[in-house]
Structure formats: structure tokens, C-alpha cells
Design a protein around this ligand. Structure first.
Ligand SMILES: Cc1ncc(COP(=O)(O)O)c(C=O)c1O
Length: 378
């Protein structure tokens, strides 16, 4: 029986991670601070963005992004943010956490939001746009950024898949007001669970630090550096406990060191799949934007009998994924059903083939062989 091939299997540099974590344990600091502060500085340097705040997840980052903008601009409950139905529910839940409403815009051939449809969906209560870079592809992000600027709408970038993607040679976060990255267990920069929120605006970054620490106006690490009155802090409002920990920061620092070389390998795997599927008419691949060097978090194809291919691959010990099921299939977003026909069609036809650093070229060829065998037999 052939070895199982999973859609994602993370690779950790175990000894280096343990060495970094050991430092936390030896000095007795595993929570917020220490390595989280180092990781924030390292992420600023890597992305060129001005502020990075290390959190327990991208879901927390997305909530914070919506919450800070809502407070800054005085948005009301029921005001709207335009987002995509083809995403992990965290993107849309972040809007719901703040009692706002998601209006869905359809996707284009990149499976990212289509600026023309965003424009059509802008209404009197639209307050912001949340762009999701599916698989690390930037799609038409620059056009969306221009549209947002012209219409005075803040742009939130869900960059959960985007660690290491480049747009015109820069981190795509440069085109957004706030960018949210995920370092969850199977992402391109895997930890166990963590994420980063990067505001362009210093005041929002400062506010976000308080919001993610229960509304407390001084974090424990900063207080530990003080002499007197270490124990004394104010609580300005009811915030959330969204902070990242030094142990996760330690893993993230190691992951960051290898992010670029890992992403080169991901792009090589994608190129190998592309070459194998060229000319196989029944298989539709997803074009990367021309100005983007993608992180290649995902390698997606579309075909009519997706479920048949899934069953065929599973029988061959290959376990792909689907990213994502159209969110309007879920009860809380069902009001959006029928508003994004391209996303709906894609959701029925999409399959994510295995892409990760443990795959050899032979493994990738084995997956491609099975896909082509299925398509030829159909
Ligand atoms: C598009 C997208 N947004 C947000 C998230 C949430 O990330 P996290 O698991 O770090 O909360 C994910 C995670 O899979 C995602 O795929």
C-alpha cells in the first residue's frame, strides 16, 4: 500500500524550535512578551510594515481589525463590510462579532474578490472592504485598494494564506489599512496557533494592544520591566484575551527564517502540477496574478466531477481538501445565497491538491498521475 499523502503536513525545524522554546522555559517567560516582542520586530523588518502585533490567531486579528476601525470611525451595528463567500468562516465571523453585516462580492478567475462586483455591492451602509487572498494569490488587490481609496473605504486584508507573498516585490500589506496573517499549524509559517495584526496607523496599533489584553492599559511584560507599581494597572473597557505567547513567538521566529526558501519549494511544486495538467482540458487551474509572487499556500484545480475525483484520490491514499465551501451554504450567511454565482460554482468544483514541504517530486507526480488517470477515464 502506498504511503498516505495529506493535503497539508507541516514541517518544523524541531531542534531550532526546541532551542528557542528552551530559552523561554529557562528564563521562566512563556506567555505574552519576550519572544512575541522579538517576533513583532522581525515581522516589521520582514514585511516593511510599521506595526505588528502578535496574537493567538488570525481570527483574533480579523476581529481586532474590524473592532478598531468600527470604534475609530463610529460605525453602527448593522453597517456593512463587503467580503467574499469563498473563504474560511473566520473572515466573515469577524464582521459578525462586531454586530455588523457581511455583504458578499463575487470572485474573479483568481478566486479573489472581483473589484467590479465590489463596486456594484457598495451601498449607503458600506463601511469597509475585506479582501481575502485565497491561497496567497493577490488577485486584483491593487484595483481593490484603488477603489477603496476613491470611495473612502478602509481596506482590511485577510492575509491568512499570504505569509511571504509579494506584490510588485513588496509585502501585500502595503496596499491595506490593516493586514491579518495566520501562523496556524498548517500555514506557510506554521506554529501551533498564532497570528499577526498589522495596522498602518500607530494609534490603532496601540488601541489594539489594549483590546487584545482585556482592555488593560499596561501589559504584564511591560509592567515586569518596571520597578515600583508593577502590580498597578487600569482597565479601560471590556476587552478580549487574544494575545500571543512567547512559546508560539519562539516557533514563529524559526519559521520566519525559512519562510522564503519554503515558499520557493511550494512554487516549484505548483509549477510541477501546472506542467502535468497543461493540455488536460477537463482540469481548470487558477491563474496567479501577474504582479504577484504567491506564497502558494494552496494549489487548487476545478473540475465538474470534483466529488468523483475526491473519492478516486482517497482510494489511492491521497487526501486533498476543499477551500472553501461557499459560506452562503451556512445558515448564518444564507441570506447571501444567489448573490455570487461564480463563487457558488467554484465551491462545487474546487479541490486543493496536496502541497507541502514533505512532498518529493515523485509524490507530486503520483498525485498528478492519479488526477490525470481519473480525468481520462471520465
Ligand atoms: C482565509 C482565512 N482567514 C482566516 C483564517 C483564520 O486563521 P487562524 O486559524 O489563525 O485563526 C484562516 C485559517 O484557516 C483562513 O484560511
Amino acid at each position: 500500500m502506498a504511503d498516505k499523502i495529506q493535503v497539508f503536513t507541516p514541517s518544523f525545524r524541531v531542534e531550532e524550535c526546541l532551542e528557542q522554546i528552551r530559552e523561554c522555559l529557562e528564563i521562566g517567560w512563556s506567555g505574552m512578551g519576550f519572544k512575541t516582542v522579538e517576533m513583532e520586530k522581525a515581522w516589521n523588518d520582514y514585511t516593511g510594515l510599521p506595526h505588528s502585533h502578535f496574537l493567538n490567531s488570525a481570527t483574533a486579528a480579523l476581529h481586532i481589525a474590524v473592532a478598531m476601525l468600527k470604534r475609530k470611525h463610529g460605525w453602527a451595528d448593522g453597517d456593512e463590510i463587503i467580503c467574499t463567500p469563498l473563504t474560511f468562516v473566520s473572515s466573515n465571523h469577524a464582521v459578525m462579532y462586531e454586530n455588523m453585516k457581511v455583504v458578499f462580492a463575487d470572485v474573479d478567475e483568481h478566486l479573489c474578490m472581483d473589484p467590479a462586483d465590489i463596486e456594484r455591492k457598495i451601498g449607503p451602509r458600506t463601511r469597509a472592504v475585506m479582501f481575502v487572498a485565497l491561497g496567497g494569490n493577490t488577485g486584483r488587490l491593487k484595483e481593490v485598494a484603488k477603489l477603496c481609496k476613491d470611495r473612502g473605504l478602509p481596506l482590511i486584508l485577510d492575509a491568512a494564506h499570504m505569509a511571504g507573498s509579494k506584490l510588485d516585490g513588496k509585502d501585500p500589506g502595503h496596499w491595506a489599512d490593516v493586514t491579518c496573517y495566520s501562523f496556524q499549524a498548517v500555514k506557510n509559517l506554521p506554529t501551533a496557533d498564532s497570528g499577526m495584526v498589522c495596522f498602518q496607523d500607530k494609534t490603532l496599533d496601540e488601541e489594539a494592544r489594549k483590546f487584545s489584553w482585556l482592555g488593560i492599559n499596561k501589559d504584564t511584560y511591560a509592567r515586569a520591566q518596571q520597578g515600583n507599581y508593577k502590580w498597578k494597572y487600569g482597565v479601560d473597557y471590556v476587552g478580549f484575551k487574544y494575545n500571543g505567547s512567547a512559546v508560539m513567538g519562539a516557533m514563529a521566529l524559526v519559521g520566519l527564517k525559512y519562510l522564503d526558501v519554503d515558499n520557493v519549494r511550494r512554487r516549484d511544486i505548483a509549477a510541477l502540477y501546472d506542467a502535468r495538467f497543461a493540455g488536460a482540458g477537463a482540469i481548470e487551474t487558477v491563474p496567479m496574478a501577474a504582479d504577484c509572487i504567491p506564497s502558494r499556500h494552496l494549489y487548487q484545480i476545478m473540475l465538474d466531477d470534483r466529488d468523483g475525483l475526491m473519492a478516486h484520490l482517497n482510494a489511492a491514499e491521497i487526501f486533498p481538501g476543499v477551500h472553501y465551501r461557499d459560506n452562503t451554504e451556512y445558515d448564518m450567511y444564507a441570506y447571501g445565497k444567489g448573490t455570487c454565482p461564480k463563487a457558488e460554482r467554484a465551491s462545487d468544483r474546487l479541490i486543493t491538491l496536496p502541497i507541502h514541504l514533505r512532498l518529493s517530486d515523485d509524490d507530486v507526480n503520483r498525485v498528478a498521475d492519479e488526477v490525470l488517470k481519473f480525468v481520462k477515464a471520465a
